[in-house]
Write a protein that binds this ligand. Structure first.
Ligand code: FPP
Length: 224
């Protein structure tokens, strides 16, 4: 049986869910937040140590301003309401991505990370303004500036995910089969599960089923 330390998720399909049910993409984002809470709960039940959630990519800035503002308001309220619960539940929050937001959001993110820094049960890596290619370029530049060798250890050392084990599995909801610039280096040997359901429809049972399937996979890492 495979042990699961790290699950990464591309939470796709909010917009489509919103259009289908309530006629606005933003209502899908609001509903998607409920799934985030369900997935955190199940991750703790399964003793998973790291949960990486792709919430906003470097490419998502192309979206209409109204949708971007809605997403960041949602994030703001989520963090303001949840940080004390995170502390009670021993959950650590880490932001992966470049923190280039308004002063208000940057401060909130920094404070949320600081307040939960010592927690140990589950670490949530929230990917915000995250892009894997720019993360890799940043790492290569750091190696270059420090006149170090380009090798796996050094590349990993300068990624946002430094000291975090690579994901064991990646789940992408929303019936789309691509990685969308998420953790390209870190996912090199992860098992990938594409899920037809849109993110707001994805539930505890769906998640548990995938975890169960993953546990039974024979992982060879190039061996036989
Ligand atoms: C992708 O669906 C989803 C996002 C870009 C945002 C993810 C945000 C949430 C799940 C809610 C907010 C989370 C936090 C932690 C505050 P999409 O909009 O690309 O869907 P589509 O493919 O149907 O257009």
């Amino acid at each position: 049986m495979n042990h699961i330390k790290h699950v990464a998720i591309i939470m796709d399909g909010n917009g489509r869910w919103g259009i289908k049910h309530k006629k606005s993409r933003n209502s899908g984002h609001k509903e998607g937040l409920k799934t985030v809470e369900k997935i955190i709960k199940v991750s703790i039940q399964n003793k998973i140590k790291y949960l990486s959630l792709y919430a906003f990519s470097t490419e998502n800035w192309k979206r209409p301003k109204k949708e971007i503002n809605f997403l960041f308001n949602l994030l703001e309220n989520f963090l303001l309401n949840k940080i004390s619960e995170f502390n009670k539940k021993n959950i650590k929050l880490k932001i992966i991505g470049k923190k280039r937001f308004s002063n208000k959001i940057n401060t909130l993110l920094n404070n949320s990370e600081k307040k939960t820094f010592k927690n140990k049960r589950l670490q949530i890596n929230l990917a915000l303004n995250y892009g894997s290619k720019s993360e890799l370029i940043h790492s290569f530049n750091k190696i270059n500036r420090n006149k170090q060798k380009i090798n796996e250890k050094n590349i990993s050392k300068y990624l946002f995910t430094q000291n975090i084990p690579d994901p064991d599995l990646l789940i992408r909801t929303g019936n789309t089969h691509r990685l969308s610039n998420f953790l390209l280096w870190q996912l090199a040997y992860s098992e990938i599960f594409f899920e037809k359901k849109l993110w707001p429809d994805f539930n505890e049972n769906d998640y548990n089923k995938i975890l169960k399937k993953f546990k039974k996979i024979k992982r060879n890492y190039g061996n036989i």
